[in-house]
Design a protein around this ligand. Structure first.
Ligand code: SF4
Ligand code: SF4
Length: 368
């Protein structure tokens, strides 16, 4: 399949220091699946065979469980010329000083971007204060730093208190640090998880068919089982169509070259899963719109799992199918704009000023 991904995301392990309710991969301290270390180096090397890839991401589970190997992997990726990012729950940033020392080491190995996650579920295992320590240390060192906070109706996370710490707030206001509110998505957890009507209205308006899914076909991910995926979405391991193939006996480039062009992936990339669901509903009105699918990936999981949608699209391809394919293929011809490591912060901050984030948080958690 012709793709021009800009990022390779390495799901280094499913092991985690936390065991958040509804974790997308059911990670926990007792799950041991991981990509063998030599293969992590192999995948970084193979990413150089795909010239459009500019960023290598280390995620999990918890990638800091790699210890010093994380530093060596960053160094390897950096020496190949990649920007490097980690995604972490911040468990290691137990004090500002410890956080500073850990980040200094990673920066000396070429780290350029940091992503942290927190919220109600994370806070049951990692103090939000640790996340702040880590994020402040990263922003102090000029790293592109994004903190994602879970969002759902039942959330009691002390959002105001979290963002009010003076150094954290100063970085937020100066633009060194971006905060993202992300709807928490239902997986195999036990706790309640829902969204207010007002938040769902807000989400539906924001998810316009012109935007599509910007990570589909642009971010490739590799799982601990060493499957190559066509996106880095939360339910990616549960969507068969996103599995491009095993890397156990083929390189990333070989798997991509064997993958046939897939119209639905292209459609989702350009117009999002909502567009596909709404199209299918015209032919089969029994297909519901997924309730409570605040996260775009939730709608996508529903779309791929509902056999009726697949059937409708196969039997009645949309009349503008060729146009959609052409737009996609033409987009591949446009030389990719120079990706900067600060893009992640700019993207996360797009239109999300602090007052706007406060308003969104209230909308999503207030039952009024
Ligand atoms: S910190 Fe992330 S990877 Fe770990 S259990 Fe929580 S959601 Fe899963
Ligand atoms: S919307 Fe679908 S294609 Fe996009 S990241 Fe989520 S699961 Fe992947």
């Amino acid at each position: 399949m012709l793709v021009t991904p800009h990022t390779l995301s390495l799901i280094t392990t499913h092991r985690c220091t936390a065991a958040c309710d509804h974790c997308c991969f059911s990670c926990s301290p007792t799950v041991l699946d991981h990509i063998p270390i030599p293969n992590l180096y192999r995948y970084i090397r193979e990413a150089t065979e795909i010239p459009s890839i500019k960023v290598v991401v280390f995620t999990g589970g918890e990638c800091f469980l790699l210890g010093k190997e994380l530093d060596n992997l960053m160094k390897s990726a950096s020496e190949f010329g990649f920007y490097t990012r980690f995604v972490s729950n911040g468990y290691w940033a137990t004090s500002p000083e410890i956080a500073r020392r850990r980040i200094e080491k990673l920066v000396s190995c070429g780290l350029t971007e940091a992503n942290f996650s927190t919220g109600d579920q994370h806070a049951a295992y990692v103090k939000p204060e640790y996340v702040r320590n880590g994020a402040v240390a990263c922003a102090d060192m000029g790293l592109t730093t994004v903190v994602t906070v879970e969002l759902f109706r039942e959330s009691t996370f002390p959002f105001e208190e979290f963002i009010s710490e003076p150094r954290f707030k100063a970085h937020l206001e100066s633009g060194m640090l971006a905060l993202k509110l992300a709807p928490w998505m239902k997986f195999k957890g036990k706790g309640p998880l829902s969204f207010t009507n007002k938040y769902m209205e807000f989400v539906e308006q924001a998810r316009s068919p012109d935007n599509g899914c910007y990570t589909s076909l642009k971010v490739l991910a590799i799982s601990p089982r060493q499957q190559l995926f066509a996106c880095c979405g939360l339910p990616v391991e549960d969507i068969e169509e996103m599995h491009l193939g095993s890397l156990l006996s083929a390189s990333i480039k070989q798997v991509l070259s064997r993958t046939p062009d897939d119209f639905v992936k292209i459609w989702v990339h350009l117009h999002g899963p909502d567009a596909v669901i709404r199209y299918a509903q015209k032919f089969d009105p029994t297909i519901p719109f997924p309730k409570n699918a605040a996260h775009i990936c939730d709608a996508c999981r529903f779309m791929y799992h509902d056999k009726r949608i697949k059937k409708v699209v196969m039997e009645n391809p949309p009349p503008n199918m060729m146009e959609i394919m052409n737009v996609y293929f033409q987009s591949l011809m446009i030389p990719p704009r120079d990706v900067k490591h600060s893009d992640a912060v700019h993207l996360a901050r797009l239109g999300d000023s602090l007052p706007k984030l406060r308003a969104t948080h209230k909308l999503a958690t207030c039952n009024a």
